[in-house]
Design a protein around this ligand. Structure first.
Ligand code: WT7
Length: 658
């Protein structure tokens, strides 16, 4: 299906309306004890890193264990990077063995709470033992360095064990969010030609459970590369274990030795794949490698979250997304931190679950998403105010722009007006945080991620690549390679080059619109391509369109977004039916279910509108801009001169008035 190219909007069309004047300097009590405690210190680090990036990154990398030192910090053959090339290391060794050989051996690595309130604590020593055992399981199953392993399970400690065991033997993990449907697993397994799936029988959700193994069974009917499925018992689902193919986690662990030396891997050895939406229907397998990812995930975690050994850090993200990879697993464990992990839903059994957790476990750092904050605001202040949150010292957000009002609420009710807030901008592709306040140094303003981390060269540019003036809207780019950058789109160097490096020659294009204010703070204005951010997760509108069109009743579909109070954006689908089908409530419901089945519930359109035809240009491209206007205001203000048939719009509007 032809889609209108919207990436190339002129910069005049990005107009920024927010003007936020409140400013919050970091509290003195926080600054005095933080790793970066003043703007002068930040500016100096920033300037030094800009002047000599190799020195800056080389020094950070030197803090890790390398079996063999690197030959060069960066080899840049644009747009392909090699960081710490020639060096040999293992990220699981740096997450575990390093701490087990120190006083941290008996420190809690993971404190886990199940939805039903049950608890587990894994010390670094115990986590090391479990990971080593499971690494032996992988070896016995014939997994070799470079083999791809898909992981599909809920938020239980074994998910972290599986991830680290892959890293230990050099297998490339591909975690698939447990909310995705069978088709999404099939697609990812086939694209990566994974050999194995590690899954759970089920996952708990809001007092009930979801049978994951049945979904895996359905998915792997069409995946010739899968040889084995390892199944962790979590919920006691009714499942079928297939002889030869399926094995219980506990049976295999019972047989495995608990010592397994970490494999010495090249710095550029692939570490993981994580699939994310782009502006076409096919998800992109974002490839991250070992050494560079390790250095930035760890150092960004240390500086942005100002981590100390006494902290208990709670990140609410699912490990199925990049936030879970970098800031629940690798960043914290590389720093020897204590991570709090919660299995279930934020509103189970009630809307105060997170606040109750913070109070009971004395959480000190809390990292969540704006969409969650907006949902808490709607649920009512009393859920927060009845809990003692005095243990908190730092708050964070990620996933989408935070509206200033939500920021103020977070600051007042959760942060008790004493916790700095780090609004962290980054992407699956960047591997780690790129733009964020340094909590002990940067004065914050509600709604902006402020400035980039030392060593990270972001800018806002015009269509022609020249830098924008202050307050002029433009495109957010990154002007120099950074260690945790994606290395390619798995199996598709050409798409990698085209998607990220062709729009602005010599620069990485993020896909986001942005402006810098007078203080040089970056304000993200949302995506400029056909990608929509729903509840902090990226969805390609064309993926949802493909799912709709795969339904027998649908001839053509266009999906756009409109602003939504809770989710940030809501999806609106304009659907043209094939002859003989009636656009009624029943079909609407069926299409919603169909999309949920094809992609997952997060992709379900919030609204489906029947369209006799879709507005197209004379060359047949769908004019999404018009549909976006219709979806959010039911009015068309923009230019319609390129429209092939004006009657189409009239038809769509008539339906509104029905
Ligand atoms: C897109 C990346 C990085 C983990 C979560 C999402 C948007 C992310 C912010 C923020 C404004 C943000 C951007 C970005 N985004 N964080 N703090 N302020 N926008 O990862 O699915 O790869 O999506 O999320 O549009 O490009 P992702």
């Amino acid at each position: 299906m032809a889609t209108e190219q919207t990436t190339g909007q002129p910069s005049e069309s990005i107009s920024s309306v927010l003007s936020e004047r409140r400013k919050f300097p970091p509290p003195e009590a926080f600054s005095s004890k933080s790793h970066i405690s003043s703007m002068e210190q930040y500016e100096k680090l920033y300037a030094d890193a800009a002047a000599d990036p190799d020195k800056y990154w080389g020094e950070l990398a030197g803090q890790f264990h390398w079996f063999k030192p690197w030959d060069s910090v960066l080899e840049w053959n644009a747009p392909f990077a090699k960081w710490f090339n020639g060096g040999k290391t293992n990220i699981s060794y740096n997450c575990l063995d390093v701490h087990v050989n120190s006083w941290r051996k008996n420190k809690a690595a993971i404190i886990w709470e199940g939805e039903e309130g049950n608890e587990r604590i894994l010390t670094y020593g115990e986590l090391h033992r479990q990971v080593s055992k499971f690494a032996n399981v992988l070896k016995i199953a014939g997994i070799k360095p470079g083999d791809r392993v898909a992981i599909y399970m809920g938020m239980v400690p074994e998910l972290i064990i599986a991830v680290l065991a892959c890293a230990r033997v050099g297998a490339v993990h591909n975690v698939i969010f447990a909310g995705f449907a069978a088709h999404a697993i099939t697609e990812r397994v086939n694209d990566s030609r994974a050999k194995m799936v590690i899954c759970a029988d089920g996952t708990r959700r809001r007092g009930g459970s979801i049978n994951l193994k049945n979904i895996v069974d359905e998915a792997i009917v069409n995946t010739p590369s899968i040889r084995n499925v390892i199944v962790l018992k979590v919920t006691n689902e009714k499942i079928t274990m297939h002889d030869g193919m399926d094995h219980w986690w506990h049976d295999l662990m019972g047989l495995a030795e608990d010592e397994c030396e970490a494999v010495q891997l090249d710095s550029e050895h692939p570490l993981f794949l994580l699939y994310t939406s782009g502006s076409t229907g096919k998800p992109k397998g974002i490839l991250h490698t070992t050494g560079g990812y390790m250095v930035h995930a760890a150092s960004s975690f240390k500086y942005v979250f100002d981590i100390k050994d006494e902290d208990i850090y709670f990140c609410t993200a699912d490990i199925g997304w990049i936030t879970g990879h970098s800031y629940m697993v690798y960043g914290p464990l590389l720093n020897g931190a204590t991570v709090f992990m919660y299995e279930g839903a934020p509103n189970y059994p009630q809307w105060d679950r997170f606040w109750d957790i913070i109070n009971r476990h004395k959480i000190t750092i809390f990292y969540t998403a704006p969409t969650a904050i907006r949902a808490f605001i709607r649920a009512g202040n009393e859920w927060v105010t009845k809990h003692d949150l005095r243990s908190l010292r730092l708050l964070g957000t990620v996933g989408e722009p935070i509206n200033p009002e939500a920021w103020m609420w977070y600051h007042k009710y959760v942060g008790q007006e004493k916790c700095p807030i780090v609004d962290t901008w980054w992407q699956t592709e960047t591997g780690g945080i790129m733009v964020s306040p340094m909590p002990g140094a940067t004065p914050t303003k509600p709604g902006t991620a402020t400035r980039s981390l030392p060593g990270i060269m972001v800018d806002v540019v015009r269509k022609d690549g020249t830098a924008c003036e202050a307050n002029e809207g433009g495109y957010l780019v990154i002007k120099q390679p950074w260690p945790s950058m994606l290395r390619t789109i798995y199996g598709d160097d050409e798409r990698y080059e085209k998607t990220y490096w062709s729009e602005f020659p010599g620069m990485y294009f993020t896909g986001d619109g942005a402006r810098k204010d007078d203080d040089g703070y970056i304000w993200i204005m949302g995506r400029v391509d056909d990608v929509v951010n729903v509840s902090g997760h990226r969805l390609g509108t064309s993926e949802v369109e493909s799912a709709l069109v795969s339904h027998e009743a649908v001839a053509e579909a266009a999906v756009v977004s409109r602003p939504d109070d809770i989710k940030g954006n809501a999806l609106v689908a304009f659907v043209t039916l094939k002859d003989g089908y009636e656009g009624d409530a029943k079909l609407r419901d069926a299409l919603g279910k169909h999309v949920a089945k094809e992609i997952g519930a997060i992709a379900k359109p919030d609204e489906i509108k029947w369209a006799k035809g879709l507005p197209k240009t004379r060359s047949g491209k769908i004019m999404r801009r018009l549909l976006r206007e219709l979806a959010s205001s039911n009015e068309i203000k923009g230019d319609v001169t390129t429209l092939e048939d004006i009657g189409v719009i009239e038809n769509l509007r008539e339906q509104e008035d029905e």
